[in-house]
Design a protein around this ligand. Structure first.
Ligand SMILES: NC(=O)c1ccc[n+]([C@@H]2O[C@H](COP(=O)([O-])OP(=O)(O)OC[C@H]3O[C@@H](n4cnc5c(N)ncnc54)[C@H](OP(=O)(O)O)[C@@H]3O)[C@@H](O)[C@H]2O)c1
Length: 288
């Protein structure tokens, strides 16, 4: 275990030992949401390579089918399920199909998600909060509600929430809808974990820093910021599977950030508000 050589220092704990990962997941059935792109896709490739049967879920059917074909061509086991998590009516039939096709699901990786960065006063018209709550909170929660009773009945399993360092404090300007949807789901998820611990279901939240996927592409400020590759992020998820008792996987500095928000809310809020004012003025000047 340790940092990935060549990656920015200590961005997240990760598992790079393929033998340890093989021991943890070979022969297991793992459902991965948001498997068509980015971190979910990288996790599917990593876990299939380690001998797991992967169930791939997302909206983009072509990408999922292509990924499943590539995994099978490499000797792995994969099947794909098309689902828009923001459409509750579509969820029950897909969940029933998954339950019927797979007598056992050992691990669920709740990874699908969406981010929007926009000033809060401009977000009402675009319904940012509703849209993000559907993809990042209520949709993933409904999917777990449809699948976890089976996990309990089979005697246990593991669920990993692919979350963000920004699911914790401090509250960042322009990220209100994203941050609150990720934080809300994470709290719900932990509550579920506390309820189910005695029944053999373990949960772990993986708080990722920036990861270079299509999700961060629209934010110019992130173009040159240090970021994990999707594969490195998948290795952080793998860490949670190799150490199933761990409930939190996060970069070391996340605790410092949480502590600073707790102990110095005034100065930190002042700093963030100053940065927001600067960005607001710059964007107004550019528009003129
Ligand atoms: N990138 C980062 O810097 C970063 C940092 C911290 C945490 N994260 C978290 O990591 C997770 C994966 O993000 P990523 O960076 O890999 O982004 P990504 O490349 O955009 O992938 C997002 C995945 O979620 C799926 N998805 C989006 N909306 C969906 C919907 N309505 N129904 C079903 N699936 C949906 C997408 O598939 P379809 O479009 O095919 O549906 C895609 O497979 C997210 O939960 C994100 O919050 C990302």
């Amino acid at each position: 275990m340790g940092r990935v050589p060549g990656s920015p220092p200590a961005l997240a704990p990760s598992c790079r030992h393929s033998e340890q990962l093989r021991q943890a997941v070979a022969g297991k059935t793992i459902l991965i949401t948001g498997a068509s792109f980015g971190i979910g896709r990288a996790a599917a490739l990593l876990l299939a390579e380690a001998g797991a049967e992967v169930l791939l879920l997302a909206r983009s059917g072509d990408e999922l089918a292509e990924l499943a074909t590539a995994i099978r061509a490499n000797g792995g086991k994969a099947s794909s399920y098309e689902l828009d998590l923001s459409k509750p009516a579509d969820l029950a039939p897909v969940a029933a199909q998954i339950r019927a096709a797979h007598p056992r699901i050992d691990i669920i990786i709740s990874n699908a998600g969406k981010s929007i960065r926009r000033p809060v006063l401009q977000s009402g018209e675009k319904q940012d909060l509703d849209r993000l709550l559907a993809v990042n909170f209520s949709g993933p929660a409904a999917l777990l509600l449809a699948l976890v009773p089976r996990m309990v009945a089979q005697g246990g399993g593991q669920i990993v929430n692919v979350s963000s360092v920004s699911a914790g404090p401090p509250p960042l300007p322009r990220w209100g809808a994203y941050q609150s949807s990720k934080a809300g789901f994470d709290l719900w998820f932990k509550s579920l974990g506390t309820e189910l611990r005695g029944r053999g279901v373990r949960v772990c939240s993986v708080y990722l820093p920036l990861v270079r996927t299509r999700m961060i592409a629209p934010t110019p400020a992130y173009r040159f910021a240090p970021a994990l590759t999707p594969h490195e992020a998948a290795e952080a998820v793998a860490y949670a599977l190799v150490y199933p008792k761990v409930q939190r996987v996060a970069p070391w500095w996340m605790k410092s950030l949480e502590l600073a928000a707790l102990l110095l809310p005034g100065p930190l809020g002042h700093l963030l508000s100053g940065l927001e004012t600067l960005e607001f003025r710059l964007s107004r000047r550019q528009k003129r």
